[in-house]
Write a protein that binds this ligand. Structure first.
Ligand code: DMJ
Length: 650
C-alpha cells in the first residue's frame, strides 16, 4: 500500500510575535487566528496550500493505481501479459521481467471504439458529455447506497433466493476483492498485434484445460473453484463443477480429463449425505449432467447415479399443492420451502421436466414423469397470466401464482418459456398444450415486452410491473434468440427467426458496447429520442458471472443460418473472457466491473456453468460438424446437457 513520503509535506515555522501554544490562542476562532498572522505568514500558508493542491492533482492517477492494485506488464514467452497484482505476491521471475506500466487510455480512447458498427463507435466516443457524466455520477451515488444497504440485507442469488453469507461469493463487492491479500494475477493478454490464423476449437479446448487445471489443483471434488484465493466454495458438497463438466469433456474430446473425472464419480461421489440442495439447480446440473453423460458414453455408471439423485429429489413434490418445494435434504428425504416464504419460483418448478421425464423413460418408472407433468398441467390452467406471460412466484400450499402483475423473461421466469418448447420437442411434438402455451407467450412478449432502443433501434425485451414498462433486460434473457431459432428449425413460424436475429444483435451489443467487451448482468435500454447510447448499466449491475446465454444463442443461430458473423462475435467474446477473466494460476473468475478494463475487479468464483455450458457452446459454435450433438437427435436442457429427442414410437 502506498504511504506518503516525507517530501509530500511542507513544514512551516511561524516566527511572529504570538504565543501559539497559549490557551488563549487555542480558544480563538480560526478567523481571528488568521487575522493575527502577518501578511508573510498568510502568503506562505496560501502558497503551500496551492502547491499541495497542484501536487495532489498531478499525482492522482498514481495514487488511485495504488489503491486499485498495481498493474504490471510482465514479459512472458510469446509476448507481454498485463497483470494487475499486489507487488508482494509477484513471483520472483515476474519481478525481474517487470516493465513500465503504460498510461491508462483516456475514456474516449478506450476499447469500445474498436468494437461495434461504425455508427455505434462514433456515438460511444461522444459519451463523455455533461449529461452522461451526470448520469454516471448518479449511478455512483446509487451504487454507494446499494453497497451500504447490501451490508444490512441478506444476500440474494440470481433467482432471488436467499443464500448463506459464507457461500455468497456472488455478493462480493469490488472493495472486498481489492482488500484480499493473496491475489494471483488475472491474465490480460495483449491482442494488439495482428492475430495469426488461429484454431478456434483448439482455443476452446485450451480454455477448458486452463479452467480444469485450477479446479483440479485447488477445488478437486468440490462444488466451485475460487481461483483468486486458490481455494473452493461449497454449495451442495457434491462436486458440482466436475459433474456439470463431464459431457463437455466428452464433446471436446478431452479423454484424459474425462477419465479422471469418471473415476471420481465412481469412487467418491455419494448422494447419501445430510445436505440441503436446491431442487432446480441440482436437477439441471447434476441429474441433467449425469443423464447426458450416460447418453453420450453409454456407461451405466452415470445412469445409476442419475437414478440415485433423481429418487432422492422426489420428496420435494410432497406438498399440499404438488408444486414442489425449493429445497430437499437428499440424505434425510425431507423437503422444505425457503425459511421466509412458502412460495417457489416459477422458472424453477417448470424447468425440471426434461430431466425427470427422461429419467422415467430410461428407468421405466413413471413416478418421476408423473410428478413433473402434474406441475405443468397445473401451471397451464392457472389464472394470473397476462397474454401467456407468467408471474415469478407460485405458492406451494395453494398452488396459485403470487406477486401477480410482474412479468419478465429474465430471472425467475426465463426457462419456463424455454422448457415449454423443449418439452414439446423432446416428446416428439405431440403435447399440443405445451406448444400452445409457448406460442401464446411469444405473442405476449411481442405485445407487452418488446421495444426498440435509441439511437440504434436495437430490439430488446423489457419487463412489465403492474402495467408499467421498464426497459431493463437481464443477460439471462439472451437465451431467447437461440430458443426462437430452435422453434423455427422445428417448424414454427418463420417470423420467429427474424425476431431471433434482431435479439441476437442486441445481445451481442450488450458485450460490444462495454469497455471490456463483456456483458454486464443487467442493462437498461435508452428509449428517448436523442439518446447518446443504447445501453446504460447501473453500477450495481456491472458484474459478469461467465454466463452462457449469448454464446448459447450464437451457437443456434450459426447452426441454422451458417452466417459467419455469429462465429466472429463468439470469437470476440471468448477472447475477452481470456483477456479479463482468466486467472494465471488456473481457472477463470467472474468479475465485478465490465466497464473497467484497467481493473475489472475479480470476484473469485468460477461458476460450474462456465464449464458445463459456456465453453461447451463455444466449442459447438466453432465446430463444423453438425453431427456433433445433432439438433435432430438431441435437445439441450437449460444447463446445456443434451438429452435425446424421444423416438417417435414412444
Ligand atoms: C444456468 O444454471 C442455467 O443456464 C440456468 O437456466 C440459468 N442460469 C445459469 C447460467 O446463467
Amino acid at each position: 500500500m502506498h504511504s506518503p513520503s516525507r517530501k509530500d509535506f511542507v513544514s512551516l515555522t511561524f516566527t511572529g510575535s504570538g504565543n501559539y501554544n497559549s490557551k488563549q490562542w487555542k480558544r480563538q476562532s480560526c478567523w481571528r487566528k488568521w487575522k493575527q498572522l502577518s501578511r508573510l505568514q498568510r502568503n506562505l500558508i496560501l502558497f503551500t496550500m496551492a502547491l499541495m493542491l497542484v501536487c495532489g492533482i498531478a499525482t492522482y492517477p498514481t495514487v488511485t493505481e495504488h489503491f486499485r492494485g498495481l498493474t504490471v506488464v510482465v514479459k512472458e514467452e510469446g509476448g507481454h501479459v498485463l497483470k494487475p497484482v499486489i507487488p508482494e505476491v509477484l513471483p520472483e521471475s515476474d519481478k525481474q521481467n517487470q516493465l513500465l506500466v503504460p498510461e491508462p487510455p483516456s475514456e474516449q480512447k478506450r476499447a469500445p471504439d474498436k468494437r461495434g458498427p461504425p455508427g455505434l463507435q462514433n456515438r460511444l466516443q461522444k459519451k463523455g458529455n455533461g449529461s452522461d457524466i451526470q448520469v454516471e455520477e448518479n449511478q455512483i451515488q446509487e451504487a454507494k447506497k446499494a453497497d451500504i444497504e447490501e451490508g444490512e440485507k441478506p444476500l440474494v442469488n440470481r433467482r432471488g433466493a436467499l443464500i448463506e453469507a459464507d457461500q455468497a461469493t456472488e455478493g462480493g463487492t469490488a472493495k472486498e476483492a481489492e482488500n484480499k491479500v493473496d491475489v494471483p494475477a488475472v491474465e490480460q493478454e495483449d491482442h494488439s498485434h495482428k492475430e495469426p490464423e488461429v484454431d478456434r476449437l483448439e482455443a476452446v479446448r485450451d480454455a477448458f484445460r486452463h479452467a480444469w487445471k485450477g479446479y483440479k489443483e485447488f477445488a478437486w471434488g468440490q462444488d466451485e473453484l475460487r481461483p483468486i484465493s486458490k481455494s473452493y466454495g461449497e454449495w451442495f458438497g457434491l462436486g458440482l463443477t466436475l459433474i456439470d463438466a463431464l459431457d463437455t469433456m466428452w464433446i471436446l474430446n478431452l479423454k484424459e480429463e474425462f477419465e479422471e473425472a469418471k473415476t471420481w464419480v465412481s469412487t467418491e461421489l455419494s448422494f447419501n449425505k445430510n445436505v440441503d440442495v436446491n431442487l432446480f439447480e441440482s436437477t439441471i446440473r447434476i441429474l441433467g449432467g449425469l443423464l447426458s453423460t450416460y447418453h453420450l458414453t453409454g456407461d451405466t455408471l452415470f445412469l445409476d447415479k442419475a437414478k440415485d439423485i433423481g429418487t432422492r429429489l422426489m420428496p420435494a413434490f410432497n406438498t399440499p399443492s404438488k408444486i414442489p418445494y425449493s429445497d430437499v435434504n437428499i440424505g434425510k428425504g425431507t423437503a422444505h420451502p425457503p425459511r421466509w416464504t412458502s412460495d417457489s419460483t416459477v422458472a424453477e418448478v417448470t424447468s425440471i421436466q426434461l430431466e425427470f421425464r427422461e429419467l422415467s423413460r430410461l428407468t421405466q418408472d413413471t413416478r418421476y414423469q408423473a410428478a413433473v407433468d402434474e406441475v405443468m398441467q397445473k401451471v397451464h390452467k392457472l389464472e394470473g397470466k397476462q397474454d401467456g406471460l407468467v408471474p415469478m412466484f407460485i405458492n406451494t400450499n395453494s398452488g396459485q401464482f403470487t406477486h401477480l402483475g410482474v412479468f419478465t423473461l429474465g430471472a425467475r421466469a426465463d426457462s419456463y418459456y424455454e422448457y415449454l418448447l423443449k418439452q414439446w420437442i423432446q416428446g416428439g411434438k405431440k403435447e399440443t398444450e405445451l406448444l400452445e402455451d409457448y406460442l401464446q407467450a411469444l405473442e405476449g412478449v411481442k405485445k407487452n415486452l418488446l421495444k426498440k432502443s435509441s439511437p440504434n433501434r436495437l430490439t430488446f425485451v423489457g419487463e412489465l410491473s403492474h402495467g408499467q414498462f421498464s426497459p431493463k433486460m437481464d443477460h439471462l434473457v439472451c437465451f431467447l434468440p437461440g430458443t426462437l431459432a430452435l422453434g423455427v428449425h422445428h417448424g414454427l413460424p418463420a417470423d420467429h427467426m427474424e425476431l431471433a436475429k434482431q435479439l441476437m444483435e442486441t445481445c451481442y451489443q450488450m458485450y460490444a458496447q462495454m469497455e471490456t467487451g463483456l456483458s454486464p448482468e443487467i442493462v437498461h435500454f435508452n428509449m428517448h429520442e436523442g439518446s447518446i447510447r443504447d445501453v446504460d448499466v447501473k453500477l450495481a449491475d456491472r458484474h459478469n458471472l461467465l454466463r452462457p446465454e449469448t454464446v448459447e444463442s450464437l451457437f443456434y443461430l450459426y447452426r441454422f443460418t451458417k452466417d459467419r458473423k455469429y462465429r466472429d462475435w463468439g470469437w470476440e467474446i471468448l477472447q475477452n473472457f481470456n483477456k479479463y477473466t482468466k486467472v494465471s494460476t488456473g481457472g477463470y473468475t467472474s468479475i465485478n466491473n465490465v466497464r473497467d478494463p484497467e481493473y475489472p475487479s475479480p470476484r473469485d468464483k468460477m461458476e460450474s456453468f462456465f464449464l458445463g455450458e459456456t465453453l461447451k457452446y463455444f466449442y459447438l459454435l466453432f465446430s463444423d460438424d453438425p453431427e456433433l450433438v445433432s439438433l435432430e437427435k438431441y435437445v439441450f436442457n437449460t444447463e446445456a446437457h443434451p438429452l435425446p429427442i424421444w423416438p417417435s414410437a414412444e
